[in-house]
Design a protein around this ligand. Structure first.
Ligand SMILES: Nc1nc2c(c(=O)[nH]1)N[C@H]1C(S)=C(S)[C@@H](COP(=O)(O)OP(=O)(O)OC[C@H]3O[C@@H](n4cnc5c(=O)[nH]c(N)nc54)[C@H](O)[C@@H]3O)O[C@H]1N2
Ligand SMILES: Nc1nc2c(c(=O)[nH]1)N[C@H]1C(S)=C(S)[C@@H](COP(=O)(O)OP(=O)(O)OC[C@H]3O[C@@H](n4cnc5c(=O)[nH]c(N)nc54)[C@H](O)[C@@H]3O)O[C@H]1N2
Ligand code: SF4
Ligand SMILES: [Mo]
Length: 757
């Protein structure tokens, strides 16, 4: 074996996308060995255990090799691509002509490692006159996006590598990662007596355990679903004990006196009791944050998929804004971006609310929890057809039975995926995609600072006959819809042959002269510039525009990363760098002084007073308990564990531990319900019931039980069982959602346990 046998790529199982190197076996398609890629600028050789078993994604389950068309009896027949594209385009066009393009809904566009294909989907949706879309972000992050938009006018992340104190709110980075080399950084903080980790989590998670092991950190073990009490009490401690960083706040924050006033009389002792945390301990944790030179904070699903999720995002940010933890090393930053995942609406003219329910559209996304309500209605504007790409909403969104009913009532459902997923099994047409290791691919999770990294991945293994890359599928659909044809593209193709400078001129001229062409620009780029790119990297054509926008918007940072050239040359050299950067490239290098000017509010100040959330806070005291006599427990439906990865890997044999994805239960609750470790129980929620394996776990506090995410796929296991584990959303309800962002309350579902008879 020589060094050239190792091919650079990236792990596709979480947003970190660690660089990896893959060595194929003699058969040319098995991933024989995988190792961390030391040349990757963000991960630097780091991986967790999951990346090493990616062969189970690539070669684990039966691949879709042909487009499929559903027969009347529900079985599928294989059809050729020309037929598939023609019929799918015709049937979408028929829905558009009869009911309007707005009734065609788009879901997905990428999982943890593949966003390039979804980048082309906007062209298809615009060609159909579609306006509405959703993806996983609108069942987790849109509440935070909304708050970030109001407070900062853009997204915020944090520098854990250099912080004195790291605060994790409903986040277990030991398992879920979320920032580069997470475990290494966590250990460094935990082992340094001058630094500390603070965790707010009802469970003694791995991160919480690490935080308190050395005696310097805190674990605020809240009762599930009560973070609003904990976070608001912590803000109140900072306000009432005079710990606000007044000098900094006066210069950088608008409307803060009104907000401070809201917390000046908040009853800390009462709220500490409501969340089940000792008052003095809560006060000590708040003081530790206030005393630190720098605090970095990560909030995640524990609060984002929970009661008061949008308000909790605001409270979490008040903690670090009022203590001046922004735009300095070890604190929060706003970074550069190449392609932004957070964006406006795809349609012309921004849609503010969903057409049937009237739910807020945030970052262009309809809340996932309202999708069935937008379909299962007689309302004339209801969605009638759906295109799903690289997402498995029947499994991943709230209330599976109701989602099933919604999908089955559509006039047309088309799914683009690598596997016959739960969602695909309901589709009228299934279009097979090449896997993420068979095509050019990239993720748009590029949030690092000061070095921000983009990784365009080369194919590692030859694709089988049949599946196509998503950009090709979208291009064919747009062509079949008659929006573009060879004649329109010929001048651009000719210009591309002459070089990119000629192409740039021709492209801007053509799209200005013909707005219909501009509307499907990604596909136009793919068909014209694409074929001229090296090594068959046509799918990267979209990044040409992105590179130019980045070079224009962040010129100094792009230059610091070593890219040169005047005018359009800077964007071209960045694009060349991306095309050649098979191990990932640093596309921008920031300085801390770059951060404050990125606050994009009207006056450049951070705005902390958010009317709706102040009102919500005032009503908090009267909130009833979650547990009831009928449902005395609180279930967190969807924990990240060592071998879970959403539904990306369908082969259950990839899991080295916890094959059944056990329900974690405290010893107290297990005894009360007559359950034993390794046994089985029936869990019942207001929405459903399931048989679960039981793990009696010291991680759990009495009253709290927890199920892993991504389990319960309809994929037979090695020992012949129809599925492994429980599909969590058979137990959740779509109506349990945040009043602002519509995000679900998956982490605090009322539940009860009974022994299996
Ligand atoms: N109850 C509960 N529900 C949850 C969660 C929870 O904690 N609790 N977590 C939620 C969260 S945070 C998320 S992000 C979602 C994730 O849920 P989804 O957004 O549905 O995404 P994934 O499970 O990642 O599924 C990705 C799909 O992409 C397919 N795929 C893989 N590679 C390719 C490719 O190259 N091309 C195409 N076209 N398809 C490909 C896979 O087969 C799979 O069907 O789940 C959510 N659901
Ligand atoms: N191993 C693995 N890693 C992943 C993924 C994966 O599927 N598997 N998925 C990726 C994706 S898509 C995402 S979005 C991230 C999510 O990453 P995380 O949000 O870190 O993952 P979770 O385990 O769902 O939830 C985090 C913590 O919330 C806690 N929690 C439950 N209820 C409450 C509550 O009421 N209050 C508080 N404060 N905490 C609560 C749980 O005990 C858990 O420890 O992980 C990413 N990384
Ligand atoms: S799952 Fe592990 S190896 Fe893969 S990207 Fe995330 S942290 Fe890296
Ligand atoms: Mo997620």
């Amino acid at each position: 074996m020589t060094d050239t046998d190792w091919q650079p790529s990236a792990c596709i199982l979480c947003e970190c996308n660690c660089g990896i190197e893959i060595r194929l076996g003699g058969d040319g398609h098995t991933f024989d060995r995988i190792r961390g890629d030391k040349a990757h600028p963000a991960s630097q050789g780091y991986t967790c255990e999951k990346a090493l078993r990616l062969n189970h994604y690539q070669n684990g389950t039966t691949r879709l090799l042909s487009p499929l068309r559903r027969r009347a009896d529900g079985t599928y027949e294989e059809i050729d691509w020309d037929t598939a594209i023609r019929e799918v385009a015709e049937r979408f066009a028929a829905v558009r002509d009869q009911h309007g393009g707005e009734t065609i809904f788009y879901y997905g566009g990428g999982g943890q490692g593949n966003h390039l294909g979804g980048g082309y989907s906007g062209a298809t949706l615009r060609a159909l006159g579609g306006r509405y879309r959703a993806n996983a972000l609108s069942q987790e992050k849109t509440g935070e996006f909304w708050v970030n938009g109001k407070m900062f006018g853009g997204g915020v992340r944090a520098d854990f590598e250099h912080c004195e104190v790291a605060l994790f709110v409903g986040k277990n980075p030991w398992q879920s990662h979320g920032f580069p080399r997470a475990r290494t950084t966590l250990k460094e903080i935990a082992n340094d007596p001058a630094r500390a980790i603070v965790v707010i989590d009802p469970r003694r998670s791995e991160t919480a355990e690490l935080a308190v092991a050395g005696g310097n950190g805190f674990h605020l073990q809240v009762k599930p679903g009560t973070d609003a009490f904990c976070l608001s009490a912590m803000v109140a401690v900072i306000v009432q004990e005079g710990l606000v960083h007044a000098d900094w706040v006066r210069d950088h924050v608008a409307d803060w006196p009104a907000v401070v006033a809201e917390f000046s009389s908040l009853p800390v002792a009462e709220y500490a009791a409501r969340c089940g945390v000792d008052e003095q301990y809560l006060r000590s944790a708040a003081r530790r944050l206030a005393a630190a030179d720098s605090v970095a904070v990560f909030e995640d699903l524990g609060i984002q998929m929970n009661r008061h999720s949008t308000m909790n995002s605001w409270l979490e940010k008040l903690l670090w804004v009022l203590t001046g933890n922004f735009a300095k090393p070890g604190s929060q930053y706003m970074t550069t971006s190449l392609v932004s995942l957070v964006r406006g609406d795809v349609g012309r003219g921004e849609q503010k609310v969903s057409p049937v329910v009237g739910s807020k559209i945030i970052s262009g996304l309809v809340p996932c929890n309202v999708i069935p309500d937008e379909i299962l209605t007689e309302h004339p504007a209801r969605y009638r057809a759906m295109l799903v790409e690289s997402g498995n909403p029947l499994h991943s969104l709230a209330d599976t039975p109701r989602m099933l009913e919604a999908l089955r009532s559509l006039e047309l459902l088309v799914v683009i995926d690598v596997a016959l997923t739960e969602t695909a099994r309901e589709a009228h047409y299934v279009l097979p995609a090449q896997s993420q290791f068979e095509k050019w691919e990239a993720s748009f999770f590029n949030f690092d600072f000061p070095h921000n990294v983009f990784h365009l991945r080369k194919p590692v293994v030859a694709p089988p006959d049949g599946p196509l890359p998503e950009p090709e599928i979208h291009a064919r659909l747009v062509e079949a819809l008659g929006v573009i044809d060879d004649e329109m593209l010929a001048p651009l193709r000719a210009a591309a042959q002459q070089g990119r400078e000629a192409f740039a001129g021709a492209f801007f001229e053509a799209t200005a002269a013909n707005p219909a062409l501009g509307a499907v620009a990604p596909v136009v780029l793919y068909r014209t510039l694409g074929p001229t790119l090296p090594d068959g990297a046509a799918s990267a054509a979209l990044l040409w525009g992105a590179a130019h926008r980045c070079a224009l918007g962040f010129e100094a940072s792009v230059r610091r990363a070593g890219f040169t050239g005047e005018g359009l040359q800077l964007g071209e050299s960045l694009f060349d760098g991306i095309l050649a950067g098979h191990h990932g490239v640093t596309f921008s290098v920031d300085e801390w002084a770059d951060v404050s000017p990125r606050v994009k509010t009207d006056d450049g100040l951070i705005h902390v007073h958010i009317e709706e959330l102040v009102d919500e806070l005032r009503g908090l005291a009267g909130e009833p308990d979650i547990a009831t006599a009928e449902f005395p427990l609180v279930l967190s439906a969807g924990e990240r564990r060592s071998f879970t990865a959403n539904t990306i890997i369908r082969d259950s044999s990839w899991r080295k531990r916890d094959a059944d994805g056990a329900l974690r239960v405290s010893a107290t609750d297990a005894t009360a319900a007559g359950l034993v470790d390794g046994g089985y129980a029936t869990i019942t929620t207001p929405r459903g019931s399931a048989r679960v394996a039981v793990e009696v776990s010291a991680m759990m506090q009495p009253g709290h039980v927890s199920l892993p995410n991504g389990m319960g796929l309809d994929e037979p296991t090695a020992d012949g069982a129809p599925r492994a584990g429980v599909a969590p959303n058979e137990l959740t309800s779509g109506a349990d959602r945040d009043w602002i962002a519509g995000t679900p309350w998956h982490k605090s579902v009322p539940a009860r346990l009974e022994p299996v008879s």
